[in-house]
Structures are given as C-alpha cells and as structure tokens.
Design a protein around this ligand. Structure first.
Ligand code: ZN
Ligand code: ZN
Length: 898
C-alpha cells in the first residue's frame, strides 16, 4: 500500500510542482500533445495584462492571475492549444516617479543626473522589480509561457510603436496642435482626460465686475484666472444682456489694458451664476473652444510650474495660483468691485497619480484624431471610417464582434466612446517610448523614421533634435495583444506589413480569445486596445472581454492602505497555500460584481483543500490497487448509480459554466460534490456496501481533473498516486458517462431524507451517538425502495432495528415525522424520560406564549409603532416571527407525545 502523508502541506510541495510543470515545457503551446504531428487544434489565447514594472504583487494581481490561469488550464485540458503570454508594462509615470523618489533620498534630482544617466537608473530599477514580479506570478501557479515573455520597452515592441506612429502620422491621424491639456504641475506632465479625478471641495463663488463701468457682473470660483479673460459669453436668448452682444470694453486688472468682447454662445447656462461667463481660453477647455470659434487671443496667466506668469502682470508674477487668488480677491473688495461671495461645493480636478490640482493649460502636444475618416488598404474596418466609428462598430453582439461580459458594461463602453475627444498622446516624461519625431532646427522640417546620423532631407542640415517628450504608456499597451507576438528576430522584416504577413505567431494566436481585467480599466486600456489594434492590424484584439469586480473586505469596504484592510497575497499563500487563496478569489462572486475576501474565507478554502486531500487519501489507501479506470464501472446499487450520475452531471456542468464565464458557479458545484455528496454520503455508504474500488478510482480521477483549473497544486500532488508518469495538467477533460437519471436522483434523495429525519429526531432528543434506536417506517408507494436500502438506513441512522410496514399505530413513547408519502416512527423507550420531556415542553410553551403576547401588545401600542426607530421595529418583528415559529414546533412535538 502506498503511504500518503496524513496532512497536506502546500508549503512543502508547491514550488517543486511548479518547477515540474515549467520544466515539462507544456506552458509553451507548441509543445502540447494536441499540437503535435500536423494536427491543427483550436487555440485559446490570453495576453496577460502586464503588471506595472514598479509592482509587487497585490491582491488585485493575484485575482487576475487566478481567473486567467483557471481559463488557460481548463482550455488546455480540453485539448486546445493554450497560450498565456506574460509580461510587464514600463508604466512611465509610475516608474519615473518611483525612481525620482529613490534618487531624492540620495539628495539628487533627475536634472543632476541628466536624461541618459537617469534612464540608466530607471532600467536598473526595472530589471530588479521585474524579477520580483516573475517570482510572484509563479507563486500563484500561473501556467504562462515564459519563453514568450515580453516587456513594453522591448526592442521588438518599441519597433512596433515607431511603425504604428509613423503609419498614423501618414494617415493624418496623428497631428501636433496647441490644445488645452490637463497639466499636473507636480508630475510636470499632461494627463489624459480619464486620468483626471474629481474631488468635492468647499469653495467660493465670487460675484464681481472687472471695473466699475463694466455693465455685466461675472461669477467665478477661480478669480486668479480672470487676469486671462478676453471675453464675456452670454446666451443669445438672455434678455438681460441682449443689447451688449458685439460690444467691446477696455479693462485693466493690473496686467496691462486689454479688450473684453461680449459674445453670444448658446451653450451658456442662463441660470448658472449671473448667466454671464468670463471667457479664459488659456485655462479652460470650453473657453478655448469658444476662443477658437470667435477668433479671440489667448493670455496664459498660469505656467507649467503652477505659478503665475509674466502675462499675469508684475504684481502677480511668480505667485502660486492660490496666493494670486487672495490678492485679486482683496483687490476686488478694496475697489468696490466685489458684489458678493457665496460658499459653494465644487468639483476640483486632481491628478489620479499624485493628487495635485490639475491646471488646464494650452500646450503644443501630439494628438490622435478620433473623428477623421480614413480609408486604409487591406483593412476591412477602415473604409471611410473614423477611429471612433470603428470602436463603436466592433463591440456588441454578433459575428466577429467583441463580446463584453457582463454585457451591462457594453453600455458604459458605448457611452464613453460617444464622448471621446482627440487623444493627447505626448507626455513630458523621460522614461518611455520617445516620440519618434525629429525637427530640423534650420528649416523646421519634421522628420519621421530617422536613422542615427541622417541629415535633414530638405536642407541637409545636421542640426536635428528629437522631440523631448515620450508617448503615453497606453499608446504602447494599446498594442499589447499583437505587438507581443512580434518575432524576437524582427530585424528580418523590412516593413510592418511584411511582419504582419510573415509572423507565424501572429497568424496563429491573434486575435486573442479573452481579455480578462478589472472593470475600472475598461476605458484606459480595453478601449485603447480596440482602437490601436483594429487600426494597425485590421483585426479585433480579442473575442471576449471578461471584467471581474473589485475586491472588498468582509464589510464590503474597498481595500486601501489608509484603511489598513488590505490582504497580502504572499502572506496568505505562506499561511494557507496557493490553492486556498485561488479558490477564495474566484468563488463567491457573479461576473463583474465585487468580491468579498477576508482571512476566514481563505481559511475555509484551506479546509476544503484538506477535505479533498483526506477523501483522496482514504480512497487511495483503501483500494487494493491504484490505477486509472478508463471505462465506466458497473453500478450495482442505488448509491452507485447516484454518485456516477452526479459525477457525470458535474463534468458537464462545470464545463458549461466555465465556457460561459460563470467561474464561481462552477467552483461551488465542485465544492458541493466533494464535500456534501462524495464525502458525506457516498464514502459512508461505501463502508456498508463495500467492494467499490473501481467506482471510487473512476470518480477520484475525474474529480481531480475537473478541480485542477481551480486548485492546480493539490490536484497535481494527489494525481502522483496514480503513477501514470504523466502530468495532470495535460490530461483530457473527462467524457460524460451514461448515468444521469432523474429517477435515480429522486430515489436517492428520498433515502437521504429518511436518514436525515431519523438523525434530526436523535438530535432533538439528544440521544447519544453510541445508543441505537428502533425505527418503523410506514410507506405504501416507496416500500420496495426503502426495503432495498435498509442496511444503509440502519447504518447511517444508527438504528438497531428497522421495519417497513403499510400502516402503524403510534404508541406513547415514540417520536414521529412525516415526509412526502413516508412516515417515520422512532422509539424513544428507555432513551428519553417521556414525562420529563413533556413537562419541559409545556413549560417552554407557557413562557413562549407570554413572550409572544407581550410583543403583540407592543405592536398594538400606537406610540411604539409611530415613535420607535425603524431598526428597532424591524428587530422586534423578527423576534415575534421567530417565537411564533418556535411555538408551532413545540406544539407539533407535544402533539406526538400526548
Ligand atoms: Zn501628478
Ligand atoms: Zn532642414
């Protein structure tokens, strides 16, 4: 007999098992049995959302890894050629900020080091942290193909970035323009619209006039920007201001005299403030638009450093915006220009990265035009279509369209795309893909795709400098699903098109099957992958998008550092094992819904893993010979037919649920089967009936395969006992047998209920487990069935005798219970003092009746009903309900005794 350790110790086996998997080569889909000998298997591909290069693994990563590995392992077992491609994102802002902090501790700034030296430091840092991430991904049991691991700043991926930039530039989709951008003075960079967060703060609404003779009062929350006003906009329908439209006034707020024009704009809200809007084109997106339409000048009074510029005038230059605000407010007050000041709640724009207040500023930036219609040869999507149109077209129901799960997020996606504006892709950072554009300092020529040392093609000047900005990180990660499939020896291709046509990996593995990510990243990333991929490749990036929910603590609160309610996945793995953590991250949440996770939950799944180990151990040590059972075993009894039907049902249902992204439901079914069906019932019955080797091995083998995608380590470890010389991870998903039978399920259920009822009576009268009871069962219809199961009922109900009769007269010292078509009598003679029991019940009844009466009186009392807090009334109501139910039970019990 094979010796199997009593307890499962994940810490002792996990690393070794992972190494065996990795060494087997099966993480690489080219090596899978299904891909051999000229077969053309279906493929299943996931591009792992690349964790930031700064990262250490947090619970969010652990969750995404658990879901993705589950899908990949399930599809691999189903003989698909499964590729899970891992990697990391360089994450410009996050990584640069981190390294800036590190060198600040050394008393230096990035300017002290210079661009080149600074970037060396960043790369050094990234090398270290990528190693940490790799190890943590392995810890989660992730079966990803390390031989294809990529990094967004890889040479190959950078080449793709340059190519696609040039392509878009030539198609007129990338342009450079003066635009109002979201500027973070702290990060010294622009932010995309969706990188701006809003914070509600208490502010002030100031009502003032530029000067005494100015006819219109203006309201603003940011008086310091008024130094840059060039117009006042009113609604053309507004009777109050009609006569002023078209006029111009000279004003001087201390920064020189300039003109304020009164313009009409139908977007001005007549009800808001005074109905008149001071137009500040340099510091508001809306005002910038108005200035363009009305040909107004732009006065930039706040600079990139967040301080007032020279154009704000001598008195203000160099002050922070807040200092300038105080000063100009005082000026309005002192000169009798302030009409009133009101407290107001306002939404302040802040940087999602550092929390600093965002300044909208005009700046020369690179943009992607989302509205320009283009026709692109060989691209089925771009035939006189804009990026925006294609992004709307490829998502939703139907053939060759991207499906978003759960589908309620499709609406969110569409709403966002409808409001999409041109995408600002340049960032004032050093770390990242440098904008692949060069400028000739002599003739101003813009040069793309320049080789080192090349002179200006127009004037042959050598004075050429590269754009100092880098590209938004999402520009490169938007290409993640296909750029990662770029051959490592990409130099052999001369053009992008040649690569597209020549790459075996791209042909085989793109589009990918599933993009699994959090719903919070749908715009940042999912939408941008749709944009970049349809444009560059003419393919959708993925067929399905599965959005998982956010992780919350036991009380449903978001996990955060400040609340201190976070859970460290590595600590949990150390304590409870990886399988327990994976199960607790998957089971207990519907797609897209938030998932609660806390230590007791993980502990509970550790107990489940132990249960599985014990069940397996019992089976493997009790059978005469451990071997695989390929054909359906013979079922001799009702219990055999039932459990074989149950495993068939489990195999089918788990497959169905996993194919339909219902991961939690699939996990719950396996849990239920293992614990409540196999362990609690069948193994117990097997002890009575005996001789079940074939069936037990048949079931165990299948259970291990079905559970493997959820809990890969304990299943692989247990599988070793079969000594097949093969890994569980590359077995075949079991075929469904022939045992599913509704009648068998119903018969077995009746027997379970008979036993459960006998057990309940025993528990109710506190009969010690060692004492056996006499049972009589009355049934006409089910007599034969019950008689065939007598031995099992006796054993599991702990009965010394059991009779099945057509009718029976109940005697005094018997308890009885009724189920559908069956009456069960349990003799309590000699086990329970009937008289004492009766007295106890009568006393309990009397107490309960008093209690109920009092409560009922309370509810008749109008003062109580009208004055008591709703919560108290709720509590009292449920108390009443409980007591009434209890009373009914006692009366029923007394009925049997009297
Ligand atoms: Zn910032
Ligand atoms: Zn030139």
């Amino acid at each position: 007999m094979r010796e199997i350790p009593k307890a499962y110790q994940p810490q002792d086996v996990e690393d070794e098992i992972y190494k065996t998997w990795e060494d087997s080569g099966f993480f690489n889909p080219d090596n899978l049995p299904c891909a051999q000998e000229g077969k053309t298997p279906e493929k299943f591909v996931i591009s792992m959302p690349p964790p930031n290069a700064t990262g250490i693994l947090h619970l969010g990563h652990a969750s995404m890894l658990a879901y993705q590995d589950l899908m990949v392992r399930f599809n691999r077992l189903n003989q698909k050629q499964a590729l899970w491609l891992p990697g990391t994102d360089h994450a410009s802002i996050a990584t640069q900020t981190k390294v800036e902090k590190i060198i600040a501790d050394e008393g230096k700034t990035k300017y002290d080091l210079g661009r080149e030296k600074f970037l060396e430091r960043v790369h050094e840092y990234v090398e270290g942290s990528r190693g940490t991430i790799r190890n943590q991904v392995r810890k989660m049991g992730s079966s990803c193909d390390w031989s294809r691991e990529r990094y967004t700043l890889d040479e190959g991926l950078s080449e793709v970035v340059k190519e696609v930039f040039e392509m878009m530039y030539k198609d007129g989709l990338i342009y450079r323009g003066d635009r109002i951008v979201n500027w973070c003075p702290r990060c010294e960079s622009t932010l995309a619209d969706d990188e701006v967060e809003y914070e509600e703060v208490q502010g002030k609404f100031y009502f003032f006039k530029y000067q005494k003779d100015f006819p219109i009062t203006i309201a603003t929350t940011r008086p310091e920007t008024k130094l840059g006003d060039v117009a006042v906009a009113v609604n053309p329908k507004d009777e109050r201001y009609k006569d002023f439209v078209g006029k111009a006034y000279k004003i001087n707020l201390g920064n020189g005299e300039h003109e304020i024009k009164i313009i009409a704009d139908r977007n001005v809200d007549m009800e808001f403030g005074t109905g008149a809007l001071g137009v500040t084109p340099a510091h508001s997106m809306v005002d910038f638009q108005m200035a363009q339409e009305n040909d107004l000048p732009i006065i930039k009074v706040i600079g990139e450093d967040g301080k007032m510029t020279a154009e704000a005038g001598k008195e203000y230059e160099g002050l922070t915006a807040l200092e300038a605000r105080e000063k100009i407010v005082q000026y309005f007050r002192d000169n009798g220009l302030m009409e009133k000041e009101e407290e107001v709640a306002q939404n302040l724009s802040v940087c999602y990265r550092c929390g600093a207040t965002i300044e909208p500023l005009p700046s020369l930036q690179w943009f992607i035009d989302v509205n320009k219609k283009i026709t692109k040869e060989g691209n089925k999507y771009f035939q006189d279509k804009s990026l925006k149109e294609v992004m709307l077209e490829v998502v939703g129901g139907g053939e060759e369209k991207i499906k978003i799960i759960p589908d309620r997020f499709e609406k969110t996606y569409f709403a966002w795309i409808e409001n999409l504006r041109d995408w600002c892709i340049s960032r004032q950072l050093w770390f990242g893909h440098r904008v692949p554009v060069w400028y000739c300092e002599d003739c101003g020529e813009i040069i793309l795709n320049r080789e080192e040392g090349e002179v200006c093609p127009k004037c042959s000047s050598e004075k050429i400098r590269q754009d100092s900005d880098t590209l938004d990180t999402w520009f490169s990660s938007g290409m993640w699903t296909f750029s990662t499939l770029m051959d490592k020896d990409f130099a052999k291709y001369k053009t992008f098109e040649e690569w597209m046509g020549g790459s075996a990996d791209l042909k085989k593995f793109h589009p990918t099957s599933v993009m699994e990510t959090g719903y919070d990243i749908i715009f940042f990333w999912v939408a941008r992958m749709v944009l970049m991929t349809t444009y560059a490749t003419g393919e959708i990036p993925f067929e399905n998008v599965y959005l998982h929910g956010m992780l919350r603590d036991k009380e449903g609160k978001k996990m955060s550092k400040s609340l201190g309610n976070g859970i460290d996945p590595l600590e949990m793995i150390e304590k409870y094992g990886t399988d327990a953590l994976r199960l607790s991250l998957i089971v207990g949440s519907a797609p897209g819904n938030d998932l609660k996770i806390y230590e007791e939950k993980i502990e509970n799944y550790r107990n489940f893993v132990n249960k599985l180990w014990n069940v397996s151990r019992y089976i493997l040590m009790s059978v005469r010979e451990v071997k695989r059972v390929e054909i359906e075993p013979e079922a001799k009894t009702l219990a055999d037919r039932w459990i074989l039907g149950e495993i068939d049902w489990l195999i089918a249902n788990v497959k169905y649920n996993l194919e339909n992204f219902r991961f939690s439901a699939a996990g719950e079914d396996i849990y239920e089967f293992t614990w409540s069906k196999l362990a609690d019932w069948y193994l117990e019955i097997a002890k009575v009936e005996g001789n079940k080797d074939e069936i037990l091995l048949y079931i165990l083998e299948r259970l291990l395969i079905v559970l493997h995608p959820f809990a890969p380590f304990v299943t692989e470890e247990t599988w070793k006992s079969f000594e097949t010389g093969e890994l569980l991870m590359v077995q075949k998903w079991p075929k469904i047998g022939t045992f599913i039978d509704k009648n068998v399920s119903e018969d077995f259920k009746l027997m379970q209920e008979v036993i459960t009822n006998i057990r309940n009576i025993r528990a109710e009268y506190k009969i010690e487990p060692a004492k056996k009871v006499k049972v009589v069962i009355v049934s006409v219809n089910k007599k034969e069935l019950i008689e065939s199961q007598l031995e099992i009922i006796k054993f599991l109900g702990r009965a010394e005798s059991l009779g099945v009769v057509n009718s029976f007269e109940k005697s005094e010292d018997m308890a009885m219970t009724v189920l559908l078509g069956v009456e069960i009598f349990v003799s309590l003679e000699g086990l329970v003092d009937m008289e004492k029991e009766k007295q106890n019940l009568l006393k309990e009844k009397e107490n309960l009746e008093k209690f109920v009466k009092n409560l009922e009186a309370k509810f008749q009392n109008e003062t109580f009903v009208s004055k008591a807090p709703a919560k108290i009334i709720e509590q009292e109501k449920s108390k009443l309900q409980e007591s009434v139910e209890k009373l009914e039970k006692i009366e029923e019990k007394l009925g049997f005794l009297l």
